[in-house]
Design a binder for this molecule. Structure first.
Ligand SMILES: NC(=O)c1ccc[n+]([C@@H]2O[C@H](COP(=O)([O-])OP(=O)(O)OC[C@H]3O[C@@H](n4cnc5c(N)ncnc54)[C@H](OP(=O)(O)O)[C@@H]3O)[C@@H](O)[C@H]2O)c1
Length: 259
């Protein structure tokens, strides 16, 4: 299905600067591209795929935006600290932060080791928190800063397999509400909760015809999501149109919880 591009005239983020962790690939990349089209300058986070991050920077520069790639492992707090220092040296003001950097592990209960718990919690939950906390001094230089975390439909609707991942995402949702409460009124904090989105993260799933059909059949909209489905929701939560919204988890899941 062709993915509609945002209307050309949407420049709601013109003059704003946003850091997108996990910007090199998947959902984060689609978000960064969309924000660039809406006028934002973008700091692109990645951990390994520097080539992908640099190619996105070129794409954003071709749109006339300022962009730079920043490598850091979110599971390592000193690297997250350095990331925000480097972003702060590049831009004096940060208006938005999107924490899309993340990993998925889907082991059944008996196969879920303590190290799987630790790995997933360190990247998906603690890494997101560290990024926000370290980003606060920069965010507070903005007139109306907005943070968007990335949960999952699995953060509130359980499925068999991946207990560590699903618990981390449940944590991301409660963390979002706590931060929204504690950082108000200065900084807004909201989440998006995507459903099953076709990216590298679940390539094994969407390339398996049986599982592909299973997910499509269990989704009222009748299809897998695309990264470009998630991006406009993030743009909205970062932009002026959501100025009264704080502490919500916006589902972008095709209605999966409706059954
Ligand atoms: N795909 C889905 O169905 C789905 C559904 C719900 C929620 N989500 C969530 O959406 C977010 C993005 O997922 P995706 O599907 O876009 O995944 P993806 O295509 O695998 O991309 C993952 C991104 O995160 C970065 N990353 C991974 N580990 C990192 C680390 N330790 N430190 C810093 N960056 C790291 C990767 O950087 P490199 O390119 O450098 O490796 C890449 O940019 C995740 O939080 C995921 O849980 C995804």
């Amino acid at each position: 299905m062709p993915v509609p591009k945002p209307p050309r005239e949407d420049r709601s983020l013109r003059g704003r600067t946003v850091l997108v962790t996990g910007g090199s690939r998947g959902i984060g990349r689609a978000i960064a591209e969309d924000l660039g089209r809406a006028g934002a300058d973008v700091a692109v986070g990645y951990v390994k795929d520097r080539t992908a991050a640099e190619s996105l920077v070129l794409e954003l520069e071709r749109m006339g935006r300022a962009a730079r790639a920043f490598g850091a492992d979110l599971s390592r707090p000193p690297e997250v600290h350095r990331l925000l220092q480097e972003v702060g040296a590049w831009t004096t003001r940060l208006d938005g932060l999107v924490t899309s950097g993340g990993i998925y592990r889907g082991s059944p209960v008996e196969g879920t080791s303590a190290s799987e718990w630790e790995e997933v919690l360190r990247v998906d939950l603690i890494g997101s928190f560290e990024t926000i906390r370290e980003g606060l001094p920069l965010l507070r230089t903005s007139k109306d800063p907005s943070v968007v975390t990335v949960s999952s439909v699995l953060g509130s609707h359980p499925a068999a397999g991946g207990v560590a991942y699903q618990s981390a995402k449940a944590g991301v949702e409660q963390m979002t509400r706590v931060l929204a409460r504690e950082l108000a009124p200065r900084v807004r904090v909201n989440a998006v909760a995507p459903g099953f989105i076709r990216t590298d993260l679940n390539r094994g799933g969407h390339e398996d015809p049986g599982y592909h059909a299973f997910v499509s059949g269990g989704t009222p909209l009748g299809r897998w999501g695309e990264p470009e489905d998630v991006a406009p929701a993030v743009r909205f939560l970062l932009g002026p149109g959501s100025r009264g919204i704080n502490g919500v988890v916006l589902a972008v899941d095709g209605g999966i919880p409706l059954g």
